[in-house]
Design a protein around this ligand. Sequence first.
Ligand code: BG6
Length: 476
Amino acid sequence: MGFPKKFLWGSATAAYQCEGAWNEGGKGLGEWDEFSHGNPLNLNNESGDVSCDFYHRYEEDLNLAQQEGQNSFRFSIAWDRILPDGRGRVNQAGIDFYNRLIDACLVRGLEPNVTLFHYDLPAALAHEGGWARRGIVDDFVAYAKICFEAFGDKVRLWATINEPKYYSYCTNMVGNYPPNHRCDFDRYYCVLYHEILASAKAVSLYHEMGLPGSIGIVHDSSNVDVAEGTKNPERVRTIADFFYNRLVLDTSITGTLPAGLVPFLRDEGIDSSFAKDEDAAVFEQGKIDWLGMNVYNRMYVTDYTSGETEVFHNNVGARAKTKEGIRIKDWFETAVDPTTKRNLWGREIYPQCMLETLQEIRERYGDIPVYITENGHGEYETPNEDGVVEDDDRIDMMQGYIDKMFEAMESGCKVLGYYAWSPMDLYSWVNGYEKRYGLVYVDFATQKRTPKKSYWWYKDLIEAYRKQHEMQGAES
Ligand code: BG6
């Protein structure tokens, strides 16, 4: 495949994390609005109420992205702006907002890449059981239909759901995202399954509607890497892969549930009654056109040793020393590689996972087109005396991952785009605002935007790619 002539260089956001305007424009209440307004598990006591005020300032942010040389912009639609009650009554002001945003992208040469669900469930649906209720599948498809009808003539790149696995993991295993269930395996698989089913139904509807674009799903890339010295490497790999990847990837790409998953769950005493025979046809008809991969880290695992199931997670940064991971009794546990760097929230920084995950996708699923829909680095940051953030660590980190992406492309992986998370600083789920990811610094008190050093690095990188590959007639 090599280097495509038209590569999408963009950046990515999500509605709740950047829009603010939580109670404006006819928006309904979201599950995250409720969580952020007083739940004791909201550890840093922050909310997305205002964030970087993208709802009002999107033109400024898009100008900066355009001037940086980007040619695509990834954002999500807030379900509760379109359907304030989750279903039924449509909010025209919400439709109008996203039409303005899409037009603003198009006029700047930024291809909109639009995600329908990025963690932010309407509160009304959350109260009914959220993604654990099978009926949500049809609610999601009804919402998707409204979006396809309203924006489908202009949006050519759609994603159904952002990180179904990570969403289910945080809401049901870690318990840090609402509705805050902990180590609940029944709910983890059930929520994940309903998301995949809803995604497949929406994909199939999109295809039936004959709109001029393509549709995918976004997975948080979690390639399983079994630590050296593991006694049962094949068992650990299979179970960890069932836990992290297979339900999303096999089902969305090949249209069939991963072989052996349901019997495995049954044997392990996990409720698998969510899986119905009639779903097979839905999966078969709902195969995605492309795969979005949010690439941050690998899943480095080994044999389970001892102790009860426990999740290790850090939403308070340098105030804790927790290394991110999990121990699942009798299955596997996260291994610690002392030679791999970590960010201050305890997550590995491991560029090699970009290459490995892309090659694994190609080996398993062939030439499915892939977009790197997110990659970025969270940091505490303060501008220097000239008001500029010199974020060399972010530059090093992202350059390392991009080099590995290029290596994967050279080896034949079909990668069509890369999106930096995120264009400007925004809300980081539960972590609040101290954990910054932007290429542009946002002073949240004044809403002033100032490009960081990484902004100029990204601009140069995009320019260099274009000179080298686009102008010299690389493969299209
Ligand atoms: C991705 C999500 O998993 O990682 C984003 O799609 C998120 O929404 C990003 O913000 C970074 O994670 P966090 O938790 O550090 O904000």
